[in-house]
Design a protein around this ligand. Structure first.
Ligand SMILES: Nc1ncnc2c1ncn2[C@@H]1O[C@H](COP(=O)(O)OP(=O)(O)OP(=O)(O)O)[C@@H](O)[C@H]1O
Ligand SMILES: O=C(CO)[C@H](O)[C@H](O)COP(=O)(O)O
Length: 397
């Protein structure tokens, strides 16, 4: 039995227990005189739950797993699938974080989608009611039995038990699609990979690692496009932070897709989140760091920072075009960035060096994913500090 640590008064306890059937039952009992009415309304498990919910949206093959690995590393400890569970589980659990993949809320399996002529991106192939109920329950501190979509077989497998973590990340195609699910998010990120780059990455992975033909990759991207444009892409307007990945502007007519221009679009006015800035907050700056302190080979590196508008929202944008030759020299760039939410000087560089083998480590994708990971850690710590201060403040009243 998982007992909530939230007590309304010393005599009132609110435990959550998991039913043998797998459904969750909520019991309220009193340790004092059972005939006396409670002095305050009973507190449900939700009232003082500390689960912070982060949404990460992107199309398939756009770097969500890589981002997740960087994020969980910032919180410490390695992430692994639930022990002793389904070997094809999509869930990753570490000390503080649980990452659930929203593919698990596909309501139609591979055959079902084929029969009905819908893609996995189509809302009709997904169960948003269940997604909402379960994310809400986890946020409220209650365990859930979450379905599993098996990517190997294309079938829906028996559910797995997910316990409420400190940080719940919901990653996948639709974390910001349903307004109810969106309202549960404490912070949201959208990975916006331009078509050219998406194509280059798909070819690299699906041809080299999965043996697909160039034609089949092209066909699969084209087939997904209408639903991607209708249901996935529009979610970026709701994101607190967007990482845009575009072809470089440093090489005229580049079509190799190896050098990237990456833009970190950060919404202003988001609670517990202060955008990162270069040199001077709110000004507009172009910066070429190459020279004595940063080694750059062709085509060099260019940074940009400035205010902008994104879907009618005021944002700050930090942009990096080009790639690093030597990751240890990143400290020079880091020392010119502010509001990074690092715990010590050089933490961004240390994280980047630690995962130098991850895709995107030499360019803005790795740098900005790391920076967003640190900002999420800071947001989490602020929310927890606020929640633990709240009962003290309340008791003063
Ligand atoms: N920043 C990057 N730079 C270069 N290539 C990248 C980058 N991020 C991802 N890739 C490429 O894209 C592939 C998919 O990345 P990743 O597994 O992180 O994406 P995903 O969104 O989790 O994919 P899926 O949803 O299909 O599992 C990687 O194997 C790599 O080839
Ligand atoms: O867009 C996707 C999410 O990653 C997949 O295409 C979707 O989950 C269906 O998966 P599969 O092709 O394994 O049946």
């Amino acid at each position: 039995m998982a007992v909530c640590s939230a007590y309304a008064s010393p005599s009132l306890r609110t435990p959550c227990s998991i039913h043998p059937t797998g459904s969750t039952q909520h019991l309220i009992f009193f340790t004092g005189d059972p005939r006396r009415p409670p002095r305050r309304p009973p507190v449900s498990c939700s009232a003082e739950s500390n689960t912070v919910v982060i949404g990460l949206a992107a199309d398939s093959g756009c770097g969500k797993s890589t981002f997740m690995r960087r994020l969980t590393s910032v919180f410490g400890g390695a992430a692994a699938p639930p022990k002793g569970g389904n070997p094809d589980s999509n869930t990753l659990i570490s000390n503080s974080t649980t990452v659930i993949c929203l593919d698990d809320y596909h309501s139609l399996d591979r055959t079902g989608r084929k029969e009905q002529g819908v893609t996995a991106l189509d809302p009709r192939a997904n169960n948003f009611d269940l997604m909402y109920e379960q994310v809400k329950a986890l946020k409220e501190g209650k365990p859930v039995e979450k379905p599993i979509y098996n990517h190997v077989t294309g079938l829906l497998d028996p559910p797995e038990l997910i316990k409420p973590p400190k940080i719940l990340v919901i990653e996948g195609l639709h974390p910001m699609f349903d307004a109810r699910v969106r309202s549960l998010l404490d912070f949201s990120v959208y990975l916006d990979i331009s078509n050219e780059v998406k194509f280059a990455w798909k070819i690299q992975r699906d041809m080299a690692e999965r043996g697909h033909s160039l034609e089949s990759i092209k066909a699969s991207i084209e087939a997904r496009k209408p639903d991607f444009n209708a249901y996935i892409d529009p979610q970026k307007q709701y994101a607190d932070c967007v990482i845009e990945v575009l072809p470089t502007e440093l090489i005229p007519d580049d079509n190799e897709g190896k050098v990237l221009r990456v833009r970190l679009v950060m919404k202003e006015g988001v609670k517990h989140f202060s955008p990162v800035y270069l040199f001077d907050e709110g000004s507009t700056i172009s910066w070429i760091p190459c020279g004595r302190k940063l080694t750059c080979s062709y085509p060099g590196i260019k940074f940009f920072y400035g205010p902008d508008a994104y879907y009618d929202h005021e944002v700050s944008v930090l942009e990096m075009d080009g790639q690093f030759d030597r990751l240890d020299e990143l400290i020079y760039v880091e020392s010119h960035l502010s509001s990074l939410s690092t715990k010590f000087y050089g933490e961004v560089t240390q994280q980047m060096l630690k995962h130098a083998d991850f895709p995107g480590s030499s360019n803005g994708t790795g740098l900005f994913q790391t920076v967003v990971g640190l900002k999420i850690r800071d947001l989490f710590e602020q929310i927890i500090a606020e929640k633990s201060a709240a009962p003290v403040e309340a008791s003063k009243v």
